[in-house]
Design a protein. Structure first.
Length: 169
């Protein structure tokens, strides 16, 4: 299978990645819904971003019936902050694979995470952005990036030094 990196991906293509059929090695994979935390990647580039080493953007259409609103919290529905951070880790794992690396993606941590607001049922479309700091392609493929979640044109999550590795068995 030949993989041709593209600058954007729709939901159907993200689900192909979840099946392990997007990258030549079959890995890395995105999770399936409901853990897939975006509807599309609107930009994937080796250039640009805050550090000039690459940028990635994604969107999730917030619908009032999304699974987490019924359980987090009862009569006080809010998107769990950890799901927004996980989305940024998912994106970084995808980016490392998009750069030609293989392996099973695993979050390795973050330096600093701040939430200044919340995602509610009326959020509309939220946007994620990764500014790539470093991608290392050695025995272990590794990515380092800063990320944000924007809701209603305001950055409400900031994540510094997100780390993801791709591990081969």
């Amino acid at each position: 299978m030949q993989f041709e990196p593209k600058p954007s991906y729709n939901l159907e293509e993200l689900l192909i990645c979840a099946k392990g059929e997007l990258f030549p090695s079959g890995l890395p994979r995105l999770p399936f819904p409901p853990m897939l935390m975006f509807d599309r990647f609107t930009l994937v580039s080796k250039e640009g971003g805050a550090y000039g080493k690459g940028i990635m953007k994604a969107e999730l259409d917030i619908k009032p019936d999304l699974w987490f609103f019924d359980c987090h919290f009862y009569n006080d529905p809010v998107m769990p902050g950890c799901l927004g951070v996980d989305a940024l880790w998912q994106m970084l794992g995808f980016y490392i694979g998009w750069m030609g690396n293989s392996g099973k993606g695993r979050a390795l941590g973050a330096g600093e995470i701040k939430f200044t607001d919340q995602v509610l049922k009326d959020a509309g479309t939220i946007e994620y952005q990764l500014d790539i700091k470093r991608i290392m392609s050695r025995k272990l493929a590794f990515g380092l990036a800063d990320g944000t979640l924007t809701c209603k044109d305001e950055v409400i999550y900031t994540c510094k030094d997100l780390r993801v590795g791709l591990f081969n068995d």
